[in-house]
Design a protein. Structure first.
Length: 106
């Protein structure tokens, strides 16, 4: 089992690096059209790290492989995405409100 965890971890790191590089290259070529909306894209690198951690933990939970039923994998992805999106929304909302209050009275 230990060698499967190490193999999965190394593959997850390699795929994460490749996808981050690919996203960077694509963004580089479209930099003129996205420069005004860069604030929406700054979250991509940390999201890549979060996806790597999720994928690694998913494989570890299912003993180095995906579940036999694709719907279980889809369910895992949807649940994780909803929870992460909700936490991101709450954190962002609180950051904006708290910084706005401090900025107004500070």
């Amino acid at each position: 089992m230990e060698s499967e965890v190490i193999k999965t971890n190394l593959l997850a790191i390699a795929v994460s690096g490749f996808l981050t590089m690919l996203a960077g290259i694509i963004l580089y070529f479209f930099r003129g059209s996205i420069s005004t909306n860069i604030r929406y894209l700054l979250q991509i690198p940390p999201l890549g790290v979060a996806a790597y951690i999720f994928a690694f933990n998913l494989f570890r939970y299912y003993n180095g492989s995906l579940p036999d039923n694709n719907w279980i994998t889809a369910k895992e992805l949807v649940i994780s995405t909803l929870i992460s999106g909700g936490v991101f929304f709450i954190f962002t909302f609180l950051f904006v409100v708290i910084i706005g209050i401090i900025d107004r009275f500070g």
